[in-house]
Design a protein around this ligand. Structure first.
Ligand code: SAH
Length: 276
């Protein structure tokens, strides 16, 4: 599955929709991680829970330098900075609004001295070889034109022994023609370039010269029912003061999106650059 999207399209999408998405999701632009069917947390808590899971898996240590590849509005990076003392984080995005909002958030959180954000394309990383101890990509690779190029770039900027943690929507193949069309349409609307699965990642990571240290399917944690999302969205909309009109998604688009989201899988992969 491959769509014709340019990086400028993706940047524009996050410029225009990022505030609204972050507002609805408590500052994060990524899936929620539910503890089970009886989990009654809101989006903010459940999306932070995915970040916390990633923080644990990244296993960053005090004093290390981390690259946040696709930083969104900055909430995951600031949360990571607060979790690990003395961590230095550089977040990148192709949305100028992301950079401005994330920079402001880091200042408000009092971590601006160790967390900074800059406009850069993950397809051509402007960093020296071996200059990071760890890289994380929280639900961002799906928007990038070519995972192979991005993962090779990540391997290059990681020092030997450096670590990668990523999470991503996983490819699913609906079993009907209508299902496949709805999926393609939804992915296009969300600026998704392509999806892959755990086997795809294993191959891509090996190709980049990295070694997979963990590959897990967490679809049972991220999948949610239409009833639940409808209820939570209504709560978020009420809390944020937004109106559904401002969100600007007609009911038929929501219906289609829910049908697709209910089937979507989710994966987490960790890897390391072998210490030569
Ligand atoms: N990690 C954040 C944001 C996820 S949304 C969070 O979890 O909240 C995806 C992010 O990837 C957006 O910030 C988008 O601008 C960024 N992105 C997409 N394509 C990119 C590219 N080619 N290079 C750098 N960032 C990119």
């Amino acid at each position: 599955m491959q769509t014709e999207l340019t990086t400028a399209d993706v940047g524009r999408f996050f410029d225009e929709k990022g505030d609204m998405l972050a507002e609805l999701m408590g500052g994060n632009i990524h899936f929620a991680y539910w503890t089970g069917d009886d989990d009654d947390s809101g989006f903010a808590e459940a999306t932070d829970r995915l970040t916390d899971h990633m923080i644990e898996l990244l296993d960053a240590r005090p004093g290390e330098r981390v690259l946040d590849l696709g930083c969104g509005r900055g909430r995951p990076a600031v949360r990571l900075a607060r979790a690990v003392p003395d961590l230095r984080i550089v977040g990148i995005s192709v949305s100028t609004k992301d950079i401005a909002a994330a920079t402001e958030l880091a200042a408000a959180a009092g971590v601006a001295d160790r967390v900074r954000f800059e406009f850069a394309d993950a397809m051509a990383l402007p960093f020296a070889a071996g200059s990071f101890d760890a890289v994380w990509a929280v639900e961002s690779l799906l928007h990038m034109p070519d995972r192979r190029t991005v993962l090779r770039g990540i391997a290059d900027v990681l020092r030997p022994g450096g670590r990668l943690a990523l999470c991503d929507v996983s490819a699913t193949e609906p079993d009907t023609e209508a299902g496949r069309a709805a999926l393609a349409e939804t992915l296009k609307g969300w600026m998704v370039h392509s999806l892959t699965d755990l086997d795809g990642y294993r191959e891509l990571i090996a190709d980049a010269g990295l070694r997979v240290t963990g590959a897990i399917d967490v679809s049972h944690r991220t999948r949610y029912s239409k009833a639940k999302v409808t209820e939570l969205l209504a709560r978020s909309v009420a809390d944020s003061g937004l109106s559904f009109a401002e969100i600007d998604l007609p009911p038929e688009v929501w219906d289609q999106a829910f049908a697709v989201f209910e089937q979507m899988g989710y994966l987490i992969v960790t890897a390391e650059r072998p210490a030569v």
